[in-house]
Write a protein that binds this ligand. Structure first.
Ligand SMILES: Cc1ncc(C[n+]2csc(CCOP(=O)(O)OP(=O)(O)O)c2C)c(N)n1
Ligand code: SF4
Ligand SMILES: [Mg+2]
Length: 351
């Protein structure tokens, strides 16, 4: 992979957040993706969200698989922990890292090929286990890195750049994540940063399996007439169900805006999701209704974006497994290896 370091020069008047960092401190290496690739806009949204959340970069672990999308963690959060796994295997590596050190914020970045094709089994299990993470798929409907073959999210009948028509049924990762038990599910569009940044902020702060499918056009292989993941197509068929603001618990909570149009959802930790409802009937706390609404709009040829579902009292894998509060790297030898008498006690209890 080409690695171009960004020059460290910065303007002295750049705004600094409460932990002492400018937006530039959340950037990474210079992107080597095609000019106009949706994935670069998503990287910029992640930078903005982390700066606004005042996250210390060393508290983040970013993991990805293989693909243009999976290259992007190189282009943001250059001072965070990073791991590039084998194609489609990011979820199991992220699960292991999370179990070993629960104190980091886990950001899984993947592509539609990486998650819906080769990695579908891994995707399913990381969602149903409730791993505490933000899992973000940069969805362009093709394998961009290997020159534009259809991925498993390509719609039936959509056309490739060379004119071939896709005959297979698509996988909708949002519907799958909902069915599998993810406790935060959203869809965004790389071309709508105003919607995407608050979704990313809320997903990072969510304490459970948070999933965002971001439609991200591939300008090299999937941005032509006949593609259902192009900029033009998404702009014409996008139906936003809500606009959210995410207000962390540590901030003063102010309620403004027109009464009746803003839905406020308080989360378990006291943070607040303020949703400006664009669609009168949409309730993001009802999983079954969310699944049915997405299917209905899909049948009508619309792509629903926004916060589709949130469980305000999520449970994560650590709760399910009753793990210790302290990360493994801070446990010492007697705690990790309590000796043969303790082992004998455990064995006796299981007989
Ligand atoms: C085990 C394995 N099989 C196949 C490949 C070839 N390969 C590399 S990237 C890729 C698809 C990437 O598509 P996606 O995840 O959608 O990322 P994009 O490039 O579109 O962002 C494939 C099939 C590989 N690297 N490893
Ligand atoms: S090939 Fe497509 S996905 Fe890859 S960098 Fe270029 S535009 Fe982006
Ligand atoms: Mg792709």
């Amino acid at each position: 992979m080409t690695y171009l370091k960004k020059p460290k020069l910065r303007h002295p008047s750049l705004e600094v957040n409460s932990v002492g960092y400018t937006r530039r401190d959340y950037e990474g290496a210079i992107s080597t993706l095609c000019a106009g690739c949706g994935h670069d806009s998503i990287s910029a949204a992640i930078v903005q969200a982390c700066w606004e959340l005042e996250i210390q970069p060393h508290r983040v672990a970013k993991l990805s698989g293989i693909g243009c999308s999976s290259k992007t963690p190189d282009y943001f959060l250059g001072n965070s922990h990073g791991f590039n796994t084998v194609h489609g295997r990011m979820p199991s590596v992220l699960t292991g890292a999370n179990l070993a050190n629960r104190d980091l914020l886990y950001l899984g970045v993947s592509g539609d090929g990486d998650s819906a094709s080769i990695g579908l089994g891994q995707f399913a299990h990381v969602m149903r286990r409730g791993v505490n993470m933000l899992y973000l798929v940069e969805n362009n409907g093709v394998y961009g890195l290997t020159k534009g073959q259809f991925s498993a999210t390509a719609d039936t009948g959509s056309k490739s750049k060379k004119g071939a028509s896709n005959r297979d049924a698509p996988i909708d990762l949002v519907s799958m994540a909902l069915q599998l038990g993810a406790t935060f599910v959203a869809r965004g569009f790389s071309g709508d940063k105003r919607q995407l940044v608050p979704l990313i902020k809320a997903g990072i702060e969510h304490r459970g399996a948070a999933f965002i499918d971001v439609v991200s056009p591939c300008v090299a292989f999937n941005n032509h007439a006949g593609s259902t993941k192009s900029y033009d197509y998404v702009r014409e068929h996008n139906e936003a169900v809500n606009r959210i603001d995410f207000i962390p618990r540590r901030r003063e909570i102010r309620a403004d805006g027109e009464e009746g149009e803003v839905l406020e959802v308080i989360q378990h930790d006291g943070s607040m999701l303020r949703m400006r409802k664009l669609h009168a009937v949409y309730d993001p706390t009802d999983r079954v209704a969310a699944i049915s609404y997405i299917q209905q709009r899909q049948a009508a040829g619309e792509m629903v974006t926004g916060l589709l579902f949130v469980d305000t009292h999520p449970e994560d894998l650590h709760i399910h497994l009753n793990t210790v509060d302290i990360p493994f790297n801070r446990l010492d030898t007697p705690e990790l290896c309590p000796g043969s008498a303790a082992l004998e006690g455990i064995n006796r209890s299981l007989r």
